[in-house]
Design a protein around this ligand. Sequence first.
Ligand code: FAD
Ligand code: N01
Length: 545
Amino acid sequence: MSEAAAPVRTLDALIVGAGFAGLYQLLRLRRAGFTAQVIEAGDNVGGTWYWNRYPGARCDIESLEYQYGFDEALAHEWQWSERYATQPEILRYINWVADRFDLRKDVRFETRVTSAHFNEATNRWLVTTDRGDAYSAKFCVMATGCLSAARVPDFKGLDSYKGEWYHTGEWPHEGVDFTGKTVGVIGTGSSAIQSIPLIAAQAKHLTVFQRTANFSVPAHNGPIDEEYKAKILQDYTAFRRAARASQGGVVRAPAEKSALEATPEERQREFEIRWEIGGFAIGGAFIDLAINEEANATAAEFVRSKIRQTVKDPATAELLCPRDYPFATKRLCVDTGYFETFNRDNVSLVDVKNNPVSEITETGLKLQDGTAYDFDAIVFATGFDAMTGALSKIDIQGRGGLKLNEKWEHGPRTYLGLQAAGFPNLFTITGPGSPSVLSNMIVSIEQHVDWITDCLEYLREHETATIEATTRAEDEWVDHVNTVASFTLYPKANSWYLGANVPGKPRVFMPYIGGVGNYAQKCDQVAKDGYEGFALDAKEPVSAR
Ligand code: FAD
Ligand code: N01
């Protein structure tokens, strides 16, 4: 539909995405008296938890922390049943929040934003959708998600495949019954590691195709610890304040000692304690695991020893042992019975590192050396075009028709992960250059939404037409993000943090690893200093009032 033909609706703010980020942004803007509309591709709220319905999907940040913190009453009223909530439970929660604040009435579902163009004459964004809607918005907030662009690798022959196939990130709502079926799973990231034990329990035979072995630690999931819950609910707001001041958006006592200062016995004891606690606890065992290779190697070897103890067949165990990159420099996986699954008679593991999947056939798939496999169903647990994927699918044009995709051709560039120079009044929630995927994302989402809302109120109060990151501030921030990443071992892994999972994607470390607390302080200081590093255009043009 041409821009002229579309019935243009005028708004203060257009928000793209109805996950945790978009919904909270809607609520904050509504409460602040702005007119706002959310556009969502799915037919309901939930984002990640709407799309990722594969068996075993659940959070790996504990439920009591992986929930909204902006309203203490929510934490008191909602009852999580498990330490790590399942996808259906998280989806119920976000629906409950949407009902409670009557959010759906301002969400247009089953609609995809296709373009967002900045008009310099009016200082407004013209946003269009695949349904032919058009919106003129002063502000545009991209709550499009960091892990929302599911990616099936470009395998030859997928169209010819006669069986069923699924991507974990776009799982059928009605579920899939693998009973009696031969199934192939491609990938061994978090989604695969969560789903493989459940698929194996149903399938006649499951073959797992592994390119890179992953570090995974036990969740030790179970019912909510009521005593712990009661303790943090005594002052949940303070608990969340502490999360926002922390490194990763979760409240943990920081490590105090170097792994290299500890004796081998002390190290072993500490790792064992944290292995028993489960989840990400092990990552915080010592202060230098993320920055010193020798220290890191002690944790890596500890996990490998656990894999060897668990997996009975020594050859399979060795294949499951990660060796190509430092411990936890790809997203650490948290599992329930993953390694144990390879002790089942109906499960086999195939190494595709040097003998990759070369094509999908009518009946299954083929490896480069010609080995063929037949499957009733194939599961692509192959991940996402992370952090930039959802944005890149929208034709975003800023000043002078500058295309975001062209600007980011060599990797994303932002100031604080909130804005890109050349794109006034356009914000990204948990965008590249912010802690986002390296944190408890709900904490980071709330911090961004609060900052953006405060900023919009400030602009309204000061009758300011536009806010735009300066190129200088952006350059300095990008340098800082890269410098901090280079002090760590993270760039040594071929991870999606670096875009390494998407052939041709520039290799740039996208999230900010300096810590949620430090980062939030920087954002607050920028605001206090009159939005330092942003150019504020003083007065509304008459045409835009
Ligand atoms: P999303 O939930 O991804 O929502 C974005 C929404 O935008 C989607 O609904 C999408 O349909 C919509 N959208 C995108 N583009 C368009 C468009 N052009 N037009 C219209 N709509 C559009 N994080 C943690 O901190 N802890 C966890 O335990 C955790 N577990 C995870 C488990 C899985 C399986 C996955 C995939 C991610 C997990 N994450 C976790 C990360 C998770 O993505 C975030 O925690 C959080 O849910 C992101 O919320 P969001 O609103 O920013 O984005
Ligand atoms: O995706 P991934 P994911 N041939 O990119 C493999 C969050 N999350 O959906 O490592 C063969 O991690 C690829 O191999 P390699 C979390 O942040 C959280 O699992 O690139 N294999 C890898 O093994 C997570 O990090 C949870 O060599 C191919 C796998 O596919 C993020 O979402 C649960 C291939 C993809 O792993 C993404 O996780 C789920 C090919 N051509 C997700 N292409 C929790 O537990 C790719 N692979 C909370």
